[in-house]
Design a protein around this ligand. Structure first.
Ligand code: GAR
Length: 212
């Protein structure tokens, strides 16, 4: 699910095409807005896409239902919020419990929550004067940026950073690496969620669990 330029979507597509995400396929792309470049990326890769926008529905329940219907139609197993800037509805959240992940451009719990999206976390990080920021991939729950954390990666802030230069470095060094990595771990069945805590199972541990 996307809302903008789709560089995180592109990172996933690149890893799939180079064989580094075996067994994974982007079956559909849902955008919250029309005309965004992420939709063009989907088109170039022959991936079905659509726009499902909250404002086109009278109630949140109808919006929720439309998203769920689309996800079911495409037999989606993992929902990836790759720069998606809306909150999901109750039905999608409960049907896909521990199967929706989000990438956020800061080290949660810093610079996150309602209103912190896109370039804003980077502006706030520079205003605060932190030396280190980064990105976080987490499971999605009912609030903004608040579910169990899967992976985080730190990125150094430089003296002469602007919000734009920091955003670019966080994407290159952290986001485009972490999001595909989290998808790989999910696909390999190696993420075990207990309350707020995510355990990353070793490959051999997972084999033993599978064998019972
Ligand atoms: C990314 O930096 C992503 O982490 C952020 O929006 C940008 C989307 O870029 N997401 C959030 O802020 C969510 N709270 P992209 O469309 O090029 O992937």
């Amino acid at each position: 699910m996307v809302s903008g330029g789709g560089t995180n979507l592109q990172a996933i597509l690149d890893q799939i095409e180079s064989g580094r995400l075996p067994g994974c396929q982007v079956v559909t792309v849902i955008s919250s807005r029309p005309g965004v470049y992420a939709l063009e990326r989907a088109r170039k890769h022959n991936i079905p896409s659509c726009v499902i926008s909250k404002k086109d529905f009278e109630t949140l329940e109808e919006y929720d239902e439309a998203v769920l219907k689309h996800l079911k139609e495409y037999k989606v197993q993992l929902v990836v919020l790759a720069g998606f800037l809306s909150l999901l509805g109750e039905r999608v959240l409960s049907e896909y419990e521990n199967a929706i992940i989000n990438i956020h451009p800061s080290l949660i719990p810093s610079f996150c929550g309602k209103g912190f999206y896109g370039i804003i976390p980077h502006k706030k990080a520079l205003e605060y004067g932190v030396r280190v920021t980064g990105a976080t991939v987490h499971f999605v729950d009912r609030e903004y940026d608040s579910g169990p954390i899967i992976l985080q990666k730190a990125v150094e802030v430089m003296q002469d950073d602007t919000p734009e230069s920091l955003q670019q470095r966080v994407m290159e060094q952290a986001e485009w690496v972490l999001l595909p990595e989290a998808i790989r771990l999910f696909a390999q069945g190696r993420l075990k969620v207990e309350g707020r805590h995510v355990t990353i199972l070793g490959e051999s541990a997972q084999r033993k669990e599978d064998e019972g």
